[in-house]
Design a protein around this ligand. Sequence first.
Ligand code: PLP
Length: 443
Amino acid sequence: MTNVMRRLLGREYPVAVGGDGPYVIDAAGRRYLDAASGAGVSCLGHSATRVADAIAAQAHTMPYLYNAYFTTDAVERFAEALVAATPAGLDWVYPGSGGSESMDGALKLALQFHNENGEPGRTRFISRRQSYHGCTIGALGVSGNLIRRSLFEGFLPPHHFVSPCYAYREQGDGESEADYVRRLVNELEQAIIELGPENVAGFVAETVVGATAGCIPPVPGYFQAIQAVCQKYGVLLILDEILAGAGRCGTYLACEQDGIIPDIAVVAKGLGAGYQPLSAILVSDRIVATLAGGRGFFFHGHTYNGHATAAAAGLAVLQEITEQDLLANVRRQGELLREALTDKFNQHPHIGDVRGRGLLVGIELVADRESKQTFAPERMVWNAIQGTAMDNGLLCYPGFGTVDGTRGDHILLAPPFIITEAQVGEIVDKLASAIDRAIAGTA
Ligand SMILES: *Cc1c(COP(=O)(O)O)cnc(C)c1O
């Protein structure tokens, strides 16, 4: 019996009772190596004592105060540490409790910026196919994830989608990287012109595409060219780093590796490492100055914005990342993981692509390696892999609709930042046998 309305109604779930570094332990005593950090969240693993202690200490001192009346030392120090971790240019932190919530806030921030700036007509956003920005109506409204939108399409705001930067499928044969970038950037420029630049508030993109299409990093030069077009037309660049940020890609923000700083970035999942629900909108000075010089406050706010206990957890997570030099480990183990997967699946008939950045890694499955044809969606190969991996004591994050919302299967890997080389080997071995068993089992 349960009173919990579960994700899959009617499914039995194992009960998790404990954690040991990157391992999860269930009520039957089984251990699972968590190669996905849940859904890209638990970047310090499941037994980070120092973070738990920081939470307890804050809860004993001052658990929460409404931020319309007070600030707290916890929130101030968290914001200071977060700004220190991120590149110069994003100097303001608007804390929240989850990715979708902060993405909605980011959209409203862009709208208010243009309003204060004397351009209230800029109310449209452009985003990309095969993207996910959250499940609240605003964030879902700019998400290109067709499955998640499907039931609510009629209630969603007008949207305009352009192509993702998905080289494995969409870069032409014989098309150079530079030509591919030019084609994508032209598409964005045409979209802005079509909507009328005076109507466009922002362009929204995941720096590295996450769960919708299986970890697709942009090709070199893409975001620099995209940013130049945005700037040409006064369109704000809003990067969704809810999954890819907070160190997951080996630099604190993933976009540092693309040589750009957006106007607004949103971070969430790894920010509280799962110890507290925590997110943040990172905002450039120009935007904050414009609001300060206009109405003087942000027309937005949730009761839990600036939660002291969540901020204490976020600060402790940032301290762990710095003191254990975890970004260096993310870069090192990420490279090892991608190399090991590439070696292992070099000749595999059903692995089409291994890709990613840092410890955000995607594997795209195919029925046929040459033609890149996908498995029949009814086979639900992705779903079978989740089961066979769990049987092997491995947690990964498979998904479907990789190519166009319907066709395609992929596996997302996002191990905790504390993962060791031996554990990387364990992931690859367990995953390889899980994939083979799942494909055979659904044939
Ligand atoms: C998870 C995710 C979101 C939504 O965040 P929630 O915390 O689930 O609301 C938005 N964008 C991306 C890229 C994500 O991975």
